[in-house]
Design a protein around this ligand. Sequence first.
Ligand code: FMN
Length: 225
Amino acid sequence: MNLEHAMQERRSIRGFTDQPVSQDLLEDIIALANRAPSSMNTQPWHLHVLTGQPLEQVRKRNTERMLNGTPPSREIEDYAAYEGEHRDRQIEIAVQLFEAMGIERHDKERRQDWVMRGFRQFDAPVSVVVCFNRALLDNTIAHFDTGAMTYGLVLAAWSKGLGAVINGQGIMQSPVVRDVANIPDDQVILTCVALGWPDEDFVANSVVSRRRAIENTVRFLGFGD
Ligand SMILES: Cc1cc2nc3c(=O)[nH]c(=O)nc-3n(C[C@H](O)[C@H](O)[C@H](O)COP(=O)(O)O)c2cc1C
């Protein structure tokens, strides 16, 4: 698959088959993502790849805590609720996903079910917990570097026929993930990536999120002078 095709076609995948993903394939994908650029080549990221029992433990304990009202707990500074145009885009993608899934606006039960699926990382066979070195916690460039690597990971997965969704929900109860995956103290949990073979029959997988026109995001200077 060429890069242009992968970048154009990739979308978040939130429904997976039960087929396992081999460690060999995951190593290939991670080796590609590992080529990501980083500030002064610092490469601050660390990955913890969970499947099987450990991942089931994370799902179970995440779900328990969300259901018993344990407040979310993340290791990076949490953002306030999105407002204005950012909130509008957040709502737009939610509406697209709910429409695809046939979840009505007032169907509280199915909406809640969808949210809980998110906390289970969409029942994906693999979760990659993305961390970076704690010494760089206040250095936002490390967040940027780790994000660049994470996009590389998702694209590399796509190029091999795998689907993925970067998801904050899976690490919303970070103490659970830290405990189960035995994350070293000198690492900070940033996010996670749910990954597996896409379920072609899962309708939300075909949702294509919209983008702002680049006319609204870019200025060109000095061209055509
Ligand atoms: C940092 C980050 C966190 C995300 N967290 C979630 C999440 O918790 N649940 C979810 O369903 N999607 C999550 N997503 C996926 C976004 O909703 C998705 O990338 C966006 O709507 C654009 O859609 P696309 O990836 O299909 O192009 C996250 C993406 C990023 C980059």
